[in-house]
Write a protein that binds this ligand. Structure first.
Ligand code: DUC
Ligand code: ZN
Ligand code: ZN
Length: 463
């Protein structure tokens, strides 16, 4: 057995100096005086130890993102589990789509992986297929109010139908909430004015387009009596809508993403089309919204920070499809590697959030949101996924250390305060000081359980 000694263990509730006893792939005990049982001892004096990160929102493959061979980036950044969106090809059932995507990850992924379902081809029996998701180890399904004119978009009738069915099987309904008709309205106006540069992507999706859609999704969830999880919240108004609905007794939750916390609209205005690298949906916002999101994650109104990692295969060249027309710039920002570093460096180290909130946001809550019963905590019985973190490290996030595989990162030049020194996945050392040291393909498929965190306080109340 392995013993990690003398580190300061961080959990979502507390911190204490202690030891972690690892038996094979699992944490056997956490405490003191466990030396006698171990044959391999690692001294973590002066270091923090926190649970391996769980990134509940990644696109390894969907939206043109690079596939699972680039998950080394997650590992070196301290993320030991990704929960990826399984795209549904036309004609496939939801189950078939999940298995197709699982086959892309098996033997390739360098971290453990689970899946969320994504409805992209609404067939007569799609809602009925939700009952099969638990067999495929999936506890969440995502639908898109945005992207009208593409297979992602779903009209209200389909969303209501899926919401209504989701609660009958303990599936958490996730919604990408942006109002597509308002976006079309703004887009046409910008085009007529000849404003076609990358920053117009943000002007075409102002905060009101997200806030209105979030409020609308919340009302639909009330009608369907279903719990609701809003993904990638980027605005104050959307965050407050979620907060207020929850305070009013509705099971409504949300996450934000690393980039919305630290990158603002000025990045979209970078010269030489560089702004295109930061095109994503919802778009980057102003500092005022960033401040609101920091407050939201501090107070728990948004309960997780994901990366929405979407490292477009082809990198910047792919973005250039939108040269001269912002509507053709493929959406997506990479970020799986630096999610944890950004949150520590800009959050904990700057006094914006506590170490406990940090752990909850990057690991404990996302595991619970996704129904991963053995992930996201340092406690007996949980998978031995943890990070030995050196808080004294100082560096810069730079492309030369980036393993996301597209030639640029989203947080280039950002200060790195502290660093994952060693990253363990189920007891295996998989990364050390920014280098992947594990076996490629060592990641394992993780099956989620239904009735995840969105059901914790759920009561059905017909309107
Ligand atoms: N927005 C999404 O909804 N998905 C992936 C990329 C993006 O920017
Ligand atoms: Zn989305
Ligand atoms: Zn996404």
């Amino acid at each position: 057995m392995k013993l990690i000694k003398n580190g300061i263990i961080l959990t979502a509730e507390t911190e204490f100096e202690g030891d972690i006893l690892v038996d094979g792939e699992v944490i056997r005990a956490v405490g003191r005086g466990l030396d006698g049982l171990a044959d391999d001892i690692i001294d973590a004096s002066g270091k923090y130890i926190f649970p391996g990160g769980v990134d509940e929102h990644t696109h390894f493959g969907s939206f043109g993102g690079r596939l699972f061979e680039t998950t080394e980036a997650a590992a070196v950044g301290g993320t030991t589990t990704v929960v990826d969106f399984a795209p549904q090809d036309k004609g496939d059932s939801l189950g078939a789509a999940i298995e197709k995507h699982a086959a892309r990850a098996a033997g390739v992924s360098c971290v453990d992986f689970g899946f969320h379902s994504m409805v992209m081809d609404m067939q007569a029996d799609t809602a009925d297929q939700l009952k099969e998701l638990p067999e495929h180890g999936v506890s969440c399904v995502k639908m898109f109010m945005a992207y009208k004119g593409t297979p992602f978009y779903m009209e209200d009738a389909s969303i209501l139908k899926v919401m209504n069915e989701s609660r009958r099987h303990g599936i958490t309904m996730m919604v990408h909430a942006e109002n597509p008709d308002m976006i079309s309205f703004y887009t046409e106006r910008l085009k007529a004015e000849g404003r076609l540069e990358p920053i117009s992507h943000a002007f075409s999706r102002p905060p009101v387009t997200e806030e209105e859609a979030v409020r609308h999704a919340i009302v639909m969830a009330r009608v369907a009596e279903a719990p609701l999880f809003i993904v990638h919240v980027s605005t104050r108004g959307a965050m407050e809508a979620i907060r207020d609905a929850y305070a009013g007794g509705q099971s409504v939750y949300g996450e934000t993403c690393t980039h919305y916390l630290v990158l603002d609209t000025s990045f979209l205005a970078l010269p030489d089309f560089e702004g295109a690298k930061y095109v994503c949906a919802p778009p980057l916002r102003t500092r005022e919204h960033q401040q609101a999101l920091w407050e939201g994650i501090d107070k728990g109104w948004l309960n997780a920070v994901s990366s929405d990692h979407c490292a477009l295969a082809g990198g910047f060249e792919t973005k250039k499809e939108g040269l001269g027309d912002f509507t053709k710039i493929p959406n997506g920002i990479p970020g799986v590697q630096n999610r944890i570093s950004v949150l520590w460096s800009q959050g904990v180290a700057k006094g914006r959030i506590s170490k406990q909130r940090f752990v909850d946001l990057i690991a404990t809550a996302p595991a619970k949101n996704s129904g991963l019963a053995k992930k996201g905590q340092i406690a007996p019985g949980f998978d031995a996924d943890f990070v030995i973190f050196d808080p004294g490290y100082r560096g810069i996030m730079t492309q030369k250390d980036n393993l996301e595989g597209i030639g640029y990162g989203a947080f280039e030049g950002f200060e790195m305060i502290g660093r994952p020194e060693q990253v363990f996945l189920r007891g295996m050392l998989i990364a050390e000081n920014g280098r992947f040291t594990g076996r490629k393909g060592c990641g394992r498929r993780i099956f989620a359980k239904p009735y995840a965190a969105a059901y914790d306080h759920y009561r059905s109340e017909p309107l």
